[in-house]
Design a protein around this ligand. Structure first.
Ligand SMILES: Cc1ncc(COP(=O)(O)O)c(C=O)c1O
Length: 378
């Protein structure tokens, strides 16, 4: 409590006030577009962006340091980087022709929205905003199919909205913001049932948090199905959100078409330093397992604590989860920001919900404390 008060007072007097944000808290709540510099204000605990709170693998740090001497060179002039695409592909059981390296999976979403523009898109709602929002901006109709009451994509409802004109179906699995994962067998059947002229784009940003990612991933479908595209990122379990790297996996014909269309962006978008870090991180499975375990423990602690306050939580297969805010009278995200925590609040099932990222155990203990402080209000 005392700590909360101190932080509140400090924020009022320095961080947010200095940024001119104290007047603005209401408009920052309920965001997918929280002003990005808010998270930089010292003293805030950022549980809003589903980042890895532990940082990058030690080997990745070292690889960056070693690569700085070649920062002046283009990737194609650095011998150790020429095999990057091949190594990445091999690690995931793909051929080099089946992967496209991107600056984070956001770039993959961006390329897909543009490449498969010109017809309706089917997506869940709520879902991760980039693809549906960009598709709308490009003038496409986006058919938003509500997730079910458990926060899971409703595959049969989505299926019923696909027509011969549908260009793209966007599946976020595990889902953001609801954090749920689809049954792998059902998703496989669904994906295979979609007619070839419609591309199924499966965003697997949070797949690495599963005990056995390979068993849940649909990546293997790309070999034989030119209408399946998978996106992965190093921003989450690898902790490389600021380094910007991800990739699209697809049939060689699909990857070639994307590459032909977006040559400049796809050939040159990722730095040597980032690729060196990604290679080192990929090889460090022990580090990834450690992050997965710590995420699991901190998530379990926080979910149990929130449940013991009588709040409903949705299942989580990610490094965040959602809980119901009941009759919380105010703007929860704004109130939590005032207490020093960045979280997201979303509408779902006709009610108010909080989406909170999993920080370190200490951060989650502090967050639970802050919620206990105000739980009488909801
Ligand atoms: C579902 C999902 N896809 C894609 C992204 C984009 O991540 P990045 O561009 O850092 O890979 C995010 C980021 O939070 C996400 O939640």
């Amino acid at each position: 409590m005392q700590e909360g008060m101190n932080r509140r007072a400090w924020l009022r007097n320095s961080g947010l006030a200095a940024l001119g944000l104290s007047l603005n808290l209401k408009s920052l709540a309920n965001e997918e577009r929280l002003l990005r510099h808010v998270g930089m204000a010292e003293g805030l605990i950022n549980l809003g962006s589903n980042e890895n709170p532990y940082g990058i693998a030690p080997g990745a740090k070292q690889a960056i340091a070693e690569m700085t001497g070649l920062a002046n060179r283009y990737q194609f002039n650095v011998p150790t980087m020429q095999g990057f695409r091949k190594e990445l592909a091999k690690y995931y059981g793909l051929s080099a022709e089946e992967v496209l390296v991107t600056a984070g999976s956001s770039e993959g979403l961006n390329l897909a929205a543009r490449h498969f523009s010109g017809g309706p898109v089917v997506s869940a709602t709520p879902t991760f905003f980039i693809l549906p929002e960009l598709s709308k901006k490009l003038g496409n109709k986006v058919i938003e199919v509500p997730v079910n009451g458990e926060g899971v994509h409703d595959l049969s409802a989505m299926s019923s909205r696909i027509t011969p004109e549908t260009k793209l179906v966007y599946i976020c699995n595990p889902a953001n913001p609801t954090a749920t994962i689809l049954d792998a067998g059902q998703l496989r059947d669904f994906t295979l049932s979609v007619p070839r002229q419609t591309v199924v784009l499966i965003d697997e940003a949070y797949m690495d948090f599963q005990e056995d990612p390979q068993a849940q991933s649909m990546m293997d479908l790309v070999h034989d199905h030119p209408n399946v595209m998978i996106l992965r990122t190093f921003s989450k379990i690898h902790g490389m959100a600021g380094l910007r790297i991800g990739f699209a996996a697809g049939h060689a014909s699909l990857i070639k078409a994307l590459e032909d269309n977006f040559f400049d962006s796809t050939q040159m978008c990722v730095s040597n330093l980032t690729m060196a870090a990604a290679l080192a991180s990929m090889r460090d499975e022990a580090y990834r397992n450690k992050i997965r375990t710590m995420n699991h423990e901190a998530r379990h602690f926080a979910m149990k604590a929130i449940q013991s306050m009588g709040r409903r939580t949705l299942d989580s297969s990610t490094n965040f989860f959602m809980f119901n805010l009941g009759k919380y009278p105010g703007d929860f995200a704004a109130d939590m920001l005032n207490k020093g925590y960045i979280i997201r609040s979303n509408g779902f099932e006709g009610g108010k919900w909080c989406r909170v990222s999993i920080g370190t155990m200490d951060e989650m203990k502090s967050f639970v404390h802050a919620i206990q402080d105000i739980s009488g209000q909801f």
